[in-house]
Design a protein around this ligand. Sequence first.
Ligand code: PAF
Length: 271
Amino acid sequence: MKIFKDKHTLQKEISKTTGISFIPTMGGLHKGHISLIKQSKKSKSKTLVSIFVNPKQFNKKSDFMSYPRNTKKDIKLLKKLNIDYLYIPTFKDIYGFKPKNKFFLDKSSKKLCGKFRKGHFEGVLNVVNRFIEIIKPKYIYLGKKDYQQLYLIRKHIEYKKIKSKVIECKTIREKNGIACSSRNSNLNKTQMKIASNIFYYLSNLKKKIKKDYSLFRINKIKKDLKSLGATKIDYVENYNIKSFKKIKNANEKFNLFFAYYIKKIRLIDNI
Ligand code: PAF
């Protein structure tokens, strides 16, 4: 595994390869990332992982500061997984140039997380656009847990006619049901249990509303989530995963999207 901190040296190296399979991360690697990497390694291209905690996508400084970081442990894991390249850029390496292409932000960025985290998706698209320009990956591996992010990155790639292909990867879960996330490492045992209970409550709810949509009563659901231990609920909504619009009836293929807090820790998922 070769490690790069500077885009020019990285570009020189990868210009010799026939294609790059790219996994963008903010570190704090977990089973979800491992699964993306394993899928990428099945392709014939070289696997490149980036670790960059992008300050521009955090709407609160405190959230940026408390975001889990453990680069030493991440490097050890990536070596074991035998990836080809690791890119750990500095802020200047990413933001010290003007991209040729401005990023495209689809209007659905205003929904769900976009409504509650002002500037978040602008920050995500800004950094992803820069990574794409530097790396020109053949494939980009993204997890469905952050489905809105995945959808918006795909829209950007389509709109800008970029040649990279998004590979959508399934959400990896802990044994207790909760989606793997770097933020889980900030949860203590009791909070894990709360998150797990909330996951099972909402999974059951989804099964029930598929049969009888009148059971989707948002005030009751929010009240139940609070009594299970959620501190604050940003949203619980059913979205058609193709159109990324709120469903009109339960016959549509939909996922239940939710975001909530346990104390100061924000968790999102969709099932
Ligand atoms: O999902 C993430 O970890 C980040 O949003 C990403 C795609 C690496 C951009 O910073």
